[in-house]
Ligand binder design. Structure first.
Ligand SMILES: Nc1nc2c(ncn2[C@@H]2O[C@H](COP(=O)(O)OP(=O)(O)OP(=O)(O)O)[C@@H](O)[C@H]2O)c(=O)[nH]1
Ligand SMILES: [Mg+2]
Length: 429
């Protein structure tokens, strides 16, 4: 063990009732005793006047001592709960520095937790996602990943691959009589099953992205149909300018809304028409086309019943229902003016998002890092399946696939992977 003593603010910055400062190091029992004025029993909360070196009281604090290995990082940890004022925090930091501790780097606590075997890299990914979570779905997915749900799936895959690779290597070394019957066929079947599971998880990457980063929903249609009015009605605030002059909206106006636990980036756009009034409107229309390309869902807005067949990612919305009769089948009839049908529209958006993310719960939650490594693993498995009776090459490819999964977990690590993983965390985590 060689962990120097580090500290960081684990709670958020800014005025608050309570701030949490965490300290991690190899033996902090002496420091804890000094803080509370007697020997600290681990995991007990002590209410104390925290004093600086000259004996002046810095603040009234709650101090908890965690003895290794029973802490977040696996090292000794002291948690100080002080009043959440900048002056208090700065004074405690200065006191800790003069006692020989240093400020932690971003993600350094989690790096220690990883080194101490408390977390694998997929847990760290989950923690980073949890800290970013803004909606219920994001919270659920991130928590599952952080508490090891994904780690267990990866680990099972990896063990399977290692075993398959070992058996394949054995085919060369042992007589056929000493090996289970049709071992080659069994290994190929197991490899192909793994390949299917992994490609299925990869095909859900878009769903994972939809939950993690949010879904792009774009309001599009000709000028004056009421896109900006609908935008305001859905977000429940008067954000976009509404007027009866066609071509009012020029820029893309966007807002984040929580629809049924999903994060939605809702975008209002310039109305689409061939004869734009001026160059500014023309630029606006180009922007509309750009965001439509990236849209997960397009709300095609009309202001009178229109008989059109929507594309797969489109929902037909007939606005101004207060002015006309029934909408055609399959379209959603709303009035931005009276609020009529807005709930039905958000319910329809929620249904689409359920469809986009459906079944993804059963899989690992992918991010950019894990997705690349998983794709590498799938490629190696697929290569293994084309090696015919070349069992040494088969063994090599399946071993490489196991290594790819090992990199996801951090069992096999490269410094750059570690830096990228812990770098996504903020100070004090
Ligand atoms: N009667 C009625 N009028 C509406 C409704 N929704 C919008 N309007 C009116 O329609 C006109 C155009 O509304 P906007 O929301 O600015 O339309 P837009 O599609 O954003 O128009 P551009 O930005 O020019 O493309 C305004 O006068 C609105 O008050 C509705 O549900 N019923
Ligand atoms: Mg508008």
């Amino acid at each position: 063990m060689n962990n120097d003593t580090i500290f960081a603010l684990s709670s958020g910055r800014g005025k608050a009732g309570v701030a949490v400062i965490r300290i991690s190091g190899d033996d902090l029992s002496g420091m804890a005793a000094q803080f509370i004025g007697r020997d600290a029993t681990p995991r007990r909360a002590y209410f104390t006047n925290l004093k600086d070196a000259s004996g002046d009281v810095i603040d009234q604090c709650l101090v908890i001592y965690f003895a290794a290995p029973n802490s977040f990082t696996g090292t000794d940890v002291i948690e100080i709960q002080c009043h959440g004022a900048d002056a208090v925090i700065q004074k405690i930091f200065a006191h800790l520095s003069s006692a020989g501790a240093r400020m932690a780097m971003p993600g350094e606590f989690s790096r220690r937790a990883f080194m101490g075997g408390k977390m694998d890299l997929s847990d760290v990914d989950g923690l980073a996602a949890l800290l970013d979570a803004r909606t219920e779905m994001q919270r659920r997915w991130a928590l599952r990943s952080m508490t090891g749900g994904d780690g267990r799936i990866y680990d099972t895959w990896r063990r399977d691959m290692i075993e398959i690779s070992a058996y394949a290597a054995a085919i060369l070394d042992y007589d056929a009589d000493d090996l289970p019957a049709d071992i080659g066929g069994v290994l190929r079947a197991r490899t192909s099953k793994l390949y299917d599971e992994i490609t299925r998880a990869l095909s859900r990457a878009a769903a994972a992205r939809a939950v993690r980063s949010g879904v792009n929903v774009v309001l599009a249609g000709t000028p004056n149909v009421g896109k900006s009015s609908l935008f305001n009605a859905i977000i429940g605030a008067n954000r976009a300018i509404v007027s009866d002059i066609p071509g009012t909206t020029r820029d893309v106006v966007s807002a984040d809304v929580d629809i049924d636990g999903y994060l939605v980036h809702l975008m209002d756009t310039a109305g689409l028409r061939d004869a734009a009034a001026d160059e500014i409107e023309q630029q606006g229309i180009m922007r509309t086309r750009d965001v439509m390309t990236d849209a997960d869902i397009i709300l095609r807005v009309f202001d009178a019943p229109a008989d059109i067949t929507p594309a797969q990612n489109e929902i037909v919305v007939i606005n101004k229902s207060d002015l006309h009769g029934a909408a055609p089948r399959g379209a959603i009839c709303v009035s931005a003016k009276t609020g009529d049908g807005i709930d039905a529209l958000t319910a329809q958006i929620a249904r689409r998002m359920h469809a986009i993310t459906d079944g993804a719960d059963a899989d690992v939650v992918l991010n950019a890092r894990t997705k690349t490594l998983l794709a590498d693993a799938a490629e190696n498995l697929s290569a293994a399946l084309t090696t015919g009776d070349n069992w040494d090459i088969f063994a090599e490819y399946t071993r490489r696939a196991a290594d790819d999964i090992g990199r996801i977990l951090g069992t096999i690590t490269a410094t750059d992977v570690m830096d990228a993983t812990f770098g996504q965390l903020c100070l004090g985590k």
